[in-house]
Design a protein around this ligand. Sequence first.
Ligand SMILES: [Zn+2]
Length: 444
Amino acid sequence: MDREELTPHLEELKRVLGDKVSEEEILKELDTYLNVYRVDVKSAKRGILKKHGAVDPGAGIGSGGGSVSKKIGDLTGSETTVDILAKVVFAEKKSVQIKGSPRTIVSGILGDDTATASFTVWDGENCNLDKGAVYLFKNCYTKLWNDKVQINMGNRSVIQRENVEMATPERQISYSSSVAKVADLREGIGNVTVTVKIVSVESRNILVKGEPRVVFSGIAADTTGKVQFSAWSDFGLQEGETVCIKNAYIRAWKGIPQLNFGDRSEVSRVDDTIGDIDETALSRKSVGEIVRNGGGIDMTVSGTVVDVRSGSGLIKRCPQCNRSILGTECLNHGTVEPVYDVRLKVVIDDGTGAMSAIIGREVTERLTGMTLKMAMDLAKARGESDAVARAMAGKVLLRHVRLTGNVMSDDYGPMMIVRDAEEEDTDIPRRAADLLKKVEEAVM
Ligand SMILES: [Zn+2]
């Protein structure tokens, strides 16, 4: 039994013993009874109470039968044993590290006709909850977390399905407007609470209005996505820890949301309920999702190259500002000796939508098999640089590719600055079969 599960018992004992015995001492004794004497919790509590001359209040403590039923709206966050009849609004099972050991938990949101609250089943290995179904959750305990009641189920808890209908309040919408998942973060959100894992963090010295300041920035993630953050105060953030950030705000740079927090924000360390972050799965997005939710960092999209746009192939750049130029004239730097480069501007379509992508030299060379040197030779031999664009288009058009990069988004729609690209499985018969299956599913 770990601290999490001991908490309700500890609370009960504290209530009975008052300030006669310190919390630390009670914990130590509980540990001795449970782990050295190997007795059950009920006997452990009786033993501790006897030792300190307290009377076993019977119904309340250790009897197991004294649990009361409450509505979610009536919970105070200090219940040690309570029964709750509620509907599962949302539930997911995940593997987490608790105090260094792996554990399967189930967490989500429960609702009844009075309110909604988040919940965690701490021993969730064999716990399967159906979304929308109603259950009687017996022997729960509650805590206040982030000023909100959280319902917990430890190993004394019993969950039984009830065959009843239940409506939940609409209020959960306003609840989620302050507590957000990474995938929900949008430009202009002024006050948000997120629980994220710090994937990376670094500090930089910058000047703000002439004053030197240290800004901490990096990448944070939850199970829905990754986001860049900037911390304008030193919260001592460490890689790998899970933190709850209150009063954060969102700014966007070219349609890519960024999480900011500073003096007004509160950062607290919380138990890791996020688990291992599968970065590959997190990054994978459909164009439809990107169009709906805006751009972001490190996104991966698979689709077919449906267009190769002008500005692709062999291009010239100004050696000073790196802008692409026509001829030898840079708008800013006048007549220059141009530097040659190759790139692709493509449109990819994944069936949910279309997105532009700009692919730089290294990835372009790899995808097309044509190096800058070969492109320059081809242009020279044909006497025109468009020959390169045509040859490159012939190599990539209608190919199935997986592109990874940051996606900007503006009025013209999303555009990815590609960092990496892979050609996907070109097994056409199988793709045709998959497509047919999708069509059949859609028809059925
Ligand atoms: Zn220039």
